[in-house]
Design a protein around this ligand. Structure first.
Ligand SMILES: [Mg+2]
Length: 258
């Protein structure tokens, strides 16, 4: 594995803006990348000016936001315009589609919801359960007892393993149980195909984004935001750095168009 390089946002914008093959598909996670991580996921908001920066970028190259959040919440919280491709639930909810769980998935989800609620009770104060069309997530970021959070997350992971057909995703202080398998890597591969992209750039900050980094090739670019182990080639410090990077990348791509 190549070592991850921490670079300045402008430097990285120059590098990718000049060297990326066109068309370049830009894939972006939302939380921790375009919006700072907040105590409660429902309070999340894009950094000031970020939406305009994304709109400017998508005028010069295809842009997709791929988030673990359900589509309805993405639309309500962030308001991306039509030109931006939006995919929710780690790939299960492309914008313009409606998720229809099968009866088997419905039954599996009901079982998983019951487990997540039991886990939240085990963790106690501050833990909460998020409901999505095909998954359920236990959030422990606001838990008052970190030890019980770790124990509750482990208990939930183990219990969910016994439910056949479940995909389990451990994120940063969240455990998500999916009744239908998916991954951001598959989603980005489909989007690459659809955009006939010659290069893909993906920017993410969490475990589910690592699935994408792991499958990107030599003419692609992977950027991890914030600390943590990663297989990404580059690292940026925080959403503020992402914003500077996006601006610089847009400038570079625009001058190449001219
Ligand atoms: Mg994230």
């Amino acid at each position: 594995m190549t070592a991850t390089v921490t670079v300045g946002p402008e430097e990285l914008g120059d590098e990718i803006g000049c060297d990326a093959l066109r068309p370049l598909l830009v894939g972006l996670d939302i939380d921790g990348v375009l919006s700072p991580i907040v105590e409660h996921a429902h309070e999340s908001a894009l950094l000031a000016g970020m939406l305009d920066d994304i709109i400017a970028l998508c005028r010069v190259t295809p842009v997709a936001v791929v988030s673990g959040r359900d589509l309805a919440t993405i639309e309500r919280l962030f308001g991306f315009p039509e030109d931006v491709t939006v995919v929710g639930s780690h790939g299960l909810e492309p914008r313009g589609t409606t998720v229809e769980p099968s009866s088997e998935e419905r039954a599996r989800l009901a079982e998983l919801v019951a487990l997540a609620e039991r886990a939240a009770e085990r963790v106690g104060e501050g833990a909460w359960v998020e409901h999505k069309p095909l998954s359920v997530a236990l959030h422990t970021r606001q838990s008052v007892a970190p030890g019980r959070s770790v124990e509750g997350a482990a208990w939930l992971g183990h219990a969910a393993e016994q439910v056949a057909g479940t995909t389990i995703k451990f994120g940063s202080e969240v455990v998500e149980l999916l009744a239908r398998p998916t991954s951001k890597a598959t989603t980005m591969a489909e989007l690459r195909e659809a955009a006939r992209a010659a290069s893909v750039l993906f920017v993410g900050d969490d475990v589910t984004d690592e699935d994408v980094f792991a499958v990107l090739g030599d003419s692609d670019w992977s950027v991890r935001v914030g600390p943590g182990e990663t297989s990404a080639r580059h690292r940026l410090a925080d959403p503020g750095a992402v914003q500077q990077f996006v601006r610089r990348l847009t400038n570079r791509l625009t001058s190449r168009l001219g």
